[in-house]
Design a protein around this ligand. Structure first.
Ligand code: ADP
Ligand code: MG
Length: 608
C-alpha cells in the first residue's frame, strides 16, 4: 500500500541536508577552516581533543559575527558572501551557500562565540542538534571561535560509517597543510591533545608580483616540509589571458604511487582536478613511468567568471569554462623547469673528479659504453659466478681490486688504466654509486629491465635491428601453444633480434638471437619468453603485443637479484640506465634507484 505524501519535520529535513555537506568529521573542520579564511583571519588555531568527532574547535582573529547575527548565521541559506545569483560569477570567497554552520549545528553540539572589532562585548550561542539552548555575553578579542563536540550524536547511522579517528586526524593534517599552502600569509596552528602538531608563522610580504608570490609560497613550503626538501622543488610559472599558474614541482625520483602528494589550489580553493593531474602528466612526460604521480603543489588563478565552483556538495571539485586553456598553460609552464632535468647526476670518480651525465661518464660518451651490457660475455659472467659469499653475509664488493673476475679484467683493459670508479655491489642486488652530494643506490634488476625494455621498444618500432648469429643453428622443440605463438608473432620476434624459422610443429630452428642474450642455450630463453607473453592477458592490438613482448623480454633477459656483477658490468649498467628516457622507473613503474643525500648522512651522524 503506497503511503500518502507528507512533509518531513524541519528537524528531519535539516539532518538529511546536513548529511550532504557534512559527510564526515573532516568536512566540518574544512567548512570551519574555510570560514576563518573568508573572514580575513591572520591567525587560525585548531584544537582537537581526542578525535574530531569527540571535540574540536577552530579559532580565528577575523572580522567576527555581530551578536545580533549569530542566530542568522545558523539559518540555512543565510550568508554574508552572496547577495544575488550573479555574484556567483564574481566569487572571491570559499563559502557561498550558507549551509555549513546550520549543517554542523544539526548533527552536533556547537558553541559559537564571536566579536566584531567595533563591538563593545562578545556574544555566544550554544546549539544542540540544531536547537539553540543557550546564549549570552562572552569575553574575547575580535574574531570567532567555533567549538564542535559529539559530532553525529543524533545520527547513529552516520557514526557507523565513520573513518577511524586516526585516519580522520591524518586527513585533517593534510587539509591544514593544503590550506597552509593556499594562504601563506596566515599563521596556522594545530594542537591535538595539548600537543602542537603544526605551527606555521605567517609569511610576511603582501604578495604583489608573481615572483614575490612564489617566494612567499616557497617560504610556506619550507615551513611545512623543511628546507632540505623544499630546496629540491622546481619552480614553474606562467600567465596567459587572465590566467596565472605557479607550481612547486617534486623531482621525478620523489614521485609516488598515488596522487596523495599532489595539491591543487584553484583561486585559493583546495580542489581535486583530473584536468590538472593530466597537465602534470604531460609536463613530466617520459621523466615518469606510468603509474607514478609527481609530488607537487599547483596554484592556479582563473578569472572568477571562467570558473564554476558550485558543482559539488562539499565544493571539492570545480569546472573550468575552458579546459584547453588551463591544460596548455599548466602543462607548458611546468614542462619548462623539468626540461632542465636532463643531466640528473654526476658520478664521482675515484679521484674525486666529477663527470656529468649527458657529456661523458667514466670518460666515455654515454652513447658508446666500452662494454655493451648484454654482450655474450655478460651472460657468461652470470652463468659462471665466482665463489663469493651470498645472502646476508655477502660483504660489500669493491668494484675493482683483488678478486675481480675475468669479465672485469677484460673490461678494464678497455678502460683507462688510471680509472678507479667507486662502484660497489651490495648483496648482489644493489649497485652503490657515489654522485655529487651523495649516493645513488641502483636496483640492478629493475635498472637492467628499464634498459632492455627501451632497447626492445626501439627495435620493435623498427628503428634499429640487430641479431647475433649463432655459430651453429639450433633446433628447439616447443609446445603447440608456444609454436602457435611463434607463428603469430613471427615478425615481432624477428624485429627483436630472433632469427628463427618454423620447421613444422612443434620445432623451430634458431639461427640468431637478440644480442643481449647468451647463445647457449637459446631454446630455454625462447620458451620462457613465449610463456611470459602468453601469460600477459588483455592483448588486444599489435601495439599491445609489442608492448607485452618488450616487457616480457626485458624481464627475462635482465640480470636478477643475486647475480654477481663485475666492475665493468656495473659501470655499463649505471651508465646506460641514465641514458634511457625514463631512468626513474622500470617498465612496471617500480623504482630503479634511490638517492641518499650526504646532508642526510651528516645529519644522522650528528655532523650538523
Ligand atoms: P557560508 O560560508 O557559505 O556563507 P556558513 O554557514 O559557513 O556559510 O557561514 C554563514 C555565515 O556566518 C557566513 O556567511 C559568515 O558571515 C558567518 N561566519 C561563519 N564563520 C565565520 C567566521 N569564522 N568569522 C566571521 N564570520 C563567520
Ligand atoms: Mg562557510
Amino acid at each position: 500500500m503506497p503511503r500518502s505524501i507528507r512533509r518531513l519535520a524541519p528537524e528531519t529535513a535539516s539532518r538529511i541536508a546536513a548529511g550532504e555537506v557534512i559527510e564526515r568529521p573532516l568536512s566540518a573542520l574544512k567548512e570551519l577552516l574555510e570560514n576563518t579564511l573568508d573572514a580575513g583571519a591572520r591567525a587560525v588555531e585548531i584544537r582537537v581533543e581526542r578525535s574530531l568527532d569527540e571535540r574540536f574547535s577552530v579559532s580565528d582573529d577575523g572580522h567576527g559575527i555581530a551578536a545580533d547575527e549569530l542566530d542568522l548565521a545558523l539559518e540555512r541559506h543565510a550568508t554574508s558572501k552572496l547577495a544575488a545569483f550573479d555574484d556567483l560569477d564574481r566569487l572571491a570567497s570559499l563559502g557561498f551557500r550558507g549551509e555549513a554552520l546550520p549543517s554542523i549545528a544539526a548533527v552536533s553540539r556547537m558553541r559559537i562565540s564571536s566579536r566584531r572589532s567595533d563591538d563593545a562585548a562578545a556574544a555566544f550561542v550554544f546549539v544542540e542538534g540544531g536547537a539553540v539552548i543557550d546564549r549570552g555575553a562572552a569575553a574575547r578579542a575580535t574574531g570567532t571561535t567555533v567549538e564542535v563536540s559529539n559530532l553525529f550524536f543524533n545520527t547513529p547511522a552516520r557514526r557507523k560509517f565513520m573513518n577511524s579517528p586516526t585516519g580522520e586526524l591524518r586527513a585533517a593534517i593534510r587539509l591544514v597543510e593544503c590550506y597552509g599552502l593556499g594562504y601563506p600569509e596566515v599563521a596556522f596552528r594545530l594542537i591535538v591533545d595539548q600537543r602542537t602538531r603544526l605551527d606555521w608563522p605567517a609569511v610576511s610580504g603582501e604578495a604583489g608580483d608573481p615572483a614575490a608570490r612564489l617566494g612567499q609560497r616557497r617560504a610556506r613550503a619550507v615551513a611545512l616540509w623543511g628546507a632540505r626538501h623544499a630546496e629540491q622543488l622546481l619552480e614553474a610559472w606562467g600567465t596567459r589571458g587572465g590566467y596565472e599558474v605557479q607550481a612547486l614541482l617534486g623531482l621525478p625520483e620523489h614521485a609516488r604511487a598515488t596522487r596523495e602528494a599532489q595539491v591543487f589550489l584553484v583561486n585559493r580553493r583546495w580542489v581535486q582536478s583530473p584536468l590538472l593531474g593530466q597537465a602534470l602528466r604531460q609536463a613530466y612526460g617520459n621523466l615518469l613511468p606510468t603509474g607514478r604521480f609527481p609530488a607537487c603543489t599547483v596554484w592556479l588563478t582563473v578569472p572568477p567568471e571562467r570558473l564554476d565552483v558550485n558543482v559539488h556538495p562539499t565544493k571539492r571539485e570545480v569546472r573550468f569554462a575552458d579546459d584547453g586553456a588551463v591544460l596548455t598553460l599548466v602543462a607548458g609552464a611546468c614542462a619548462q623547469p623539468l626540461a632542465s632535468l636532463a643531466p640528473p647526476f654526476a658520478v664521482v670518480h675515484g679521484g674525486g673528479r666529477e663527470a656529468h651525465w649527458g657529456e661523458t661518464v667514466f670518460d666515455r660518451p654515454v652513447s658508446q659504453p666500452a662494454l655493451p651490457l648484454g654482450a655474450p660475455a655478460w651472460r657468461a659472467s652470470v652463468a659462471a659466478p665466482p665463489a663469493v659469499p651470498t645472502g646476508a653475509e655477502a660483504p660489500l664488493e669493491p668494484a675493482t681490486g683483488a678478486g675481480t673476475r675475468d669479465v672485469a679484467a677484460t673490461a678494464s683493459s678497455a678502460a683507462p688504466a688510471t680509472e678507479t670508479p667507486d662502484l660497489w655491489q651490495l648483496h648482489r642486488t644493489y649497485i652503490l654509486a657515489p654522485v655529487r652530494g651523495g649516493l645513488v643506490i641502483v636496483d640492478q634488476h629493475a635498472a637492467h629491465e628499464r634498459i632492455l625494455y627501451e632497447q626492445a621498444r626501439e627495435r620493435l618500432e623498427g628503428r634499429v635491428g640487430v641479431s647475433q648469429q649463432l655459430l651453429f643453428p639450433t633446433l628447439v622443440d616447443l609446445s603447440q601453444s608456444q609454436f602457435d605463438l611463434v607463428l603469430e608473432m613471427g615478425p615481432l620476434l624477428q624485429q627483436l633480434g630472433w632469427d628463427l624459422s618454423p620447421l613444422g610443429p612443434p620445432s623451430v630452428v634458431v639461427r640468431g638471437v637478440p644480442p643481449e642474450i647468451t647463445a647457449d642455450p637459446p631454446g630455454r630463453f625462447l620458451q620462457d619468453l613465449l610463456d611470459g607473453v602468453s601469460e600477459s592477458t588483455g592483448r588486444t592490438s599489435d601495439q599491445d603485443a609489442a608492448e607485452h613482448l618488450a616487457r616480457t623480454y626485458a624481464c627475462h633477459a635482465a640480470v636478477k637479484a643475486g647475480d654477481a656483477l663485475s666492475a665493468a658490468e656495473m659501470r655499463a649498467l649505471v651508465d646506460r640506465l641514465f641514458a634511457t628516457t625514463q631512468p626513474h622507473g622500470d617498465p612496471h613503474g617500480r623504482v630503479t634507484f634511490v638517492r641518499l643525500d650526504l646532508e642526510e648522512l651528516n645529519r644522522r651522524f650528528g655532523r650538523g
